[in-house]
Design a protein around this ligand. Structure first.
Ligand SMILES: Nc1ncnc2c1ncn2[C@@H]1O[C@H](COP(=O)(O)OP(=O)(O)OP(=O)(O)O)[C@@H](O)[C@H]1O
Ligand SMILES: [Mg+2]
Length: 253
């Protein structure tokens, strides 16, 4: 199998004739934790939604696991796990029912489904809470349940869209550790965030996105070298500020 998990070619999305994703070219290899870093409105979620066949591109193309996800959706959809920015869980369902609902969509049934649901809940540290209603969960627990719903079918590629927004540091660290753990088990990861520290801590490569465009892409060291003029100790925040004239700290979410 090819080593390229995802390739976008001039990927573009326009709303009311304005390009919110503007000619994106990215290539992600098997085994990477690829970070997409950008402020509010940069076009990160729109990009992820196009990759997951939720939002239709206006122009350009996507090659996902060697296929066109828009033409061969059935062949790729069960190989990716998407953790959306807006929680996709149902408050009136118990934790295990949420995970079962999503996992069963991938055709997993019977005993295997039961086992998978338990394993997914255990993975995110919620097995003991499996009989509680999702609406009673804290923000961090909801985020973790959101992840459990997307991993049961053992995808090759996990796409996280701002999975740590609005949660306590402990849950945040837990999620980051779990992402690294999944990656060690040969899962490729795309990680979207406006938190520089997180992206820098876990990502093997980072693309900086602003106004629908990738402004720079590389390892954290390469990005720093782009603007450092030989200085040491430059931060990713300073790189972002130099390249875009904006501060990522102004982003909310
Ligand atoms: N359905 C839509 N109709 C019109 N405009 C949209 C739509 N979806 C997104 N946009 C616009 O596209 C731009 C990019 O939005 P997107 O949600 O992709 O940004 P983002 O980088 O994920 O931001 P955030 O960090 O706030 O999640 C924004 O200006 C947004 O208002
Ligand atoms: Mg977003």
């Amino acid at each position: 199998m090819s080593d390229i998990i995802l390739k976008t070619m001039d990927l573009t999305k326009k709303y009311q004739n304005k390009a919110v994703v503007d000619g994106l070219n990215i290539e992600i290899k098997r085994g990477e934790i690829f970070g997409l870093l950008g402020p509010n409105g940069a076009g990160k979620s729109t990009t992820m939604n196009m990759i997951c066949s939720i939002v239709k591109p206006t122009a350009g193309s996507i090659e996902l696991l060697g296929k066109n996800p828009w033409k061969q959706k059935r062949e790729v959809i069960h190989r990716i796990g998407y953790i959306p920015q807006d929680l996709a869980i149902h408050g009136k369902l118990k934790a295990w029912e949420n995970v079962e609902l999503f996992t069963s969509l991938y055709g997993i049934k019977g005993e295997e489904l039961k086992r998978t649901v338990e394993e997914s809940l255990e993975y995110v540290g919620l097995l003991e809470k499996k009989n509680e209603f999702a609406k009673n969960f804290s923000g961090g627990m909801k985020r973790r349940l959101n992840i459990a719903c997307a991993i049961g079918h053992q995808p090759d590629l996990l796409i996280f869209d701002e999975p740590t927004v609005g949660i306590d540091p402990q849950s945040r660290n837990f999620i980051l550790e779990k992402i690294k753990e999944s990656n060690k088990k040969d899962t490729t990861v795309i990680y979207t965030s406006h938190y520089m520290e997180e992206v820098e801590a876990i990502c093997t490569r980072i693309a900086i996105m602003d106004n629908g465009k990738i402004i720079a892409c590389g390892t954290s060291k390469e990005l720093k070298e782009l603007v450092s003029n030989g200085e040491e100790d430059i931060t990713l925040e300073e790189v972002f500020l130099t390249l875009t004239g904006k501060s990522l700290r102004d982003s909310i979410g």
